[in-house]
Each structure stands twice: as C-alpha cells, then as structure tokens.
Design a protein around this ligand. Sequence first.
Ligand SMILES: Nc1ncnc2c1ncn2[C@@H]1O[C@H](COP(=O)(O)OP(=O)(O)OP(=O)(O)O)[C@@H](O)[C@H]1O
Length: 351
Amino acid sequence: MSTPTSNYTPRRANWLATSNSGVEENLDLDPELLDESGYGFEEIEEIHWDDAPFTHSAPVVEPVDQNKVSVVVDYASKIYRVRSGNEHFKSKKRIRKQVQRVLGSGWAEIPALEEVSFVVNRGETVGVIGTNGSGKSTLMKLLTGKVRPTTGEVYATSTPIMLGVNAALVKEISGRENIKLGCLAMGLSPKQAAEKYDMIVELSGLDEDALNMPLKAYSSGMAARLQFAIATSVDPDILLIDEALNTGDAQFRARTKKRLDQVRSQAGCVFLVSHSLGTIKQMCTRVIWIEQGRMLADGDPEWVCAQYEEYTDHKSNGRMRSAQIVYDRTLLKLAPVQVEFSEGTRPTRAG
Ligand SMILES: Nc1ncnc2c1ncn2[C@@H]1O[C@H](COP(=O)(O)OP(=O)(O)OP(=O)(O)O)[C@@H](O)[C@H]1O
C-alpha cells in the first residue's frame, strides 16, 4: 500500500472518541447513553463520516438510459430515529456509538446512509460490501421501498425481490410444502408453482429425504439453499440477496452462479450483499463499498475488494491510522455521481 505522506494529519477516529474527561462535560447527552464505566462513548474506533474528507472530484453526470436502466439511487440518505431510553438502544453498543445527535424527549438520530447516488443497468450483478453496521442492509431496504429515504429518492423499473436469510420459510412444514407455499406467496398460480417445482428442487440440491423433513430439521445451509431456489423461481427482474449465499458449499455456489447468470441474462439485475469477498468476486460485475454510511467505492470487483481487504486488515489489527489512510485514499478516487433524468426516463419510485 502507499505509505502515509509526512504531512498527513491523522484525523480523530470519531468526534465521540472521548478523553477520560467524560462526555458529560463536552456534550449534552442523555445520561442513559453512558457506559457502565461512566465515561460514555470511549474507546471508539469507528471512523465517522463527518471527519472524512470529501472527494475533490466534480460529480460525473450519469444519464439514465430508459432502455437500459434497472435501478436509480439518487442522493439517498437514511437517518433512523430511535428512542434513546429503550432497552434495544441500551443493549446495542454499536447503535449507541453511531448516535450523531441526541434529540429532546429521549430520541436519538442514527445516520445509516449518507447521500448515495448510483445507476444500475440491466445485466449487472452488483456486490455490496462494508463492515458491520455500515448501511448495506439499509440500502437494500431502500431498494425494496419498505423503508423510505430521509433525503433523495430510489427508483426501480420493477419491484425488487429481497432474498434474505430471514425471509419467510415455515419451520413446521416440510421442504416440499415450503416450495409450494413459497411459490404461491410470491404470486405464482398453483399451475405455475407445479411447473417450477422440479427446477426448484434441482437448484436447491436437496434430496427426497430432506424434502420430506420439516424445515426445523434443516441445517442453516440447507434452509438457505431452499430459500434461494424458491426466491429465484419467479424470474425476478431485480433480485436482492442479503448474505444468503454464504452458507452454501462449493457445488451449491456453482449452481447459484449459474442461476444468477440466468437472471441477469433475462434482463434482470442482481444486488448481492455479502461479507464473503470470494463470493463477491466470483459473482459480481461491479462492487459498491459502503463504509460508515458513505459510499467509498463503486467499480471493478478486484480493485474494490482489494481496498476493502486492506482496510479491514488494518482495522482488525488496531492500525486505525492506516485504515483511515486507505479510507481516504479510496474515497478520493470515487467520482461522485449526479444522476440526470431526461424526459420520460424516470422509473417509478421503489416500493
Ligand atoms: N431499524 C433501525 N433503527 C435504528 N437504527 C438502525 C435500524 N436498522 C439499522 N440501524 C442502524 O443503522 C446502521 C446501519 O445498519 P445496517 O443494518 O444497514 O448495516 P449493515 O451494513 O447491513 O450491517 P451488518 O453487516 O452488520 O448486517 C447501524 O448503525 C444500525 O445500528
């Protein structure tokens, strides 16, 4: 990696990274937000986006081509508002770390995604990477339209189908019954469901015995395979996959890749959120790296994954300054996007 220049000024990792003087003197925080130690949010290692540099590049105008476009994310941000006094908030240290503003009457604001813009055309498989809590799932929720952006807008040419590890499968009934039920739930007619059955079984790689077992007897890998096979059976135009592939074995991954290629070739696009860089590099044509809610990179899978690997390696070894340098360096290479709609090219709002 490039070595830091002598005039590099290390930034504070986070404005909340306190001295032992305690946050009470400096910030008007709710006492309930303080650690048991009484020092508040100390030992914070996250790099806060407010401290990171803005890229110097002028925005690149990205025209939306009506004949190609699948998804447009136009300056989308998401700020969650949570009750700072509730049990969930108190038990989640990570959430408390990210609190940007404590509002009156026990509410706090958590910025999860900041001004993200990009255009995805049909035929692309977009990997989404980032450390825990960086905003990947939030981006997926914005794409499905289930969560509304705080600023900006998200557009999609058809309703994206979300395939997550927690997508509904019924534990008490067999794999076979789950296939039928899942297909109906996804809007197929009983006849269409019957036609898809063999394809789903083949893709899942489950044998007869497994298909007759109730789902609660499945390993997480088996359940994930079944879920993937069901979810992709409707030939979705826009498919979002959140971590579902990580549990599969090599054989399943090969089948998965084949199926994703089919989805792509049917003019769809795929978003794949994963912590497994191997899977991302194998499956994706483009990778978006989101860190601390900010889009750091969008481009070639090999290059983006290499920066990310370097960053996480530094972070996990406690080399926060080096991690910050990789963060800054990567961000500076990002050309921000200004989405441009010409007459009639604006797809419908997601959701
Ligand atoms: N419903 C919510 N209410 C409040 N805060 C939330 C909510 N969902 C997510 N957050 C916060 O928003 C930030 C981004 O979370 P998100 O789940 O999008 O991250 P992620 O990159 O998907 O994380 P992971 O890799 O751990 O799944 C985190 O600080 C998280 O705690």
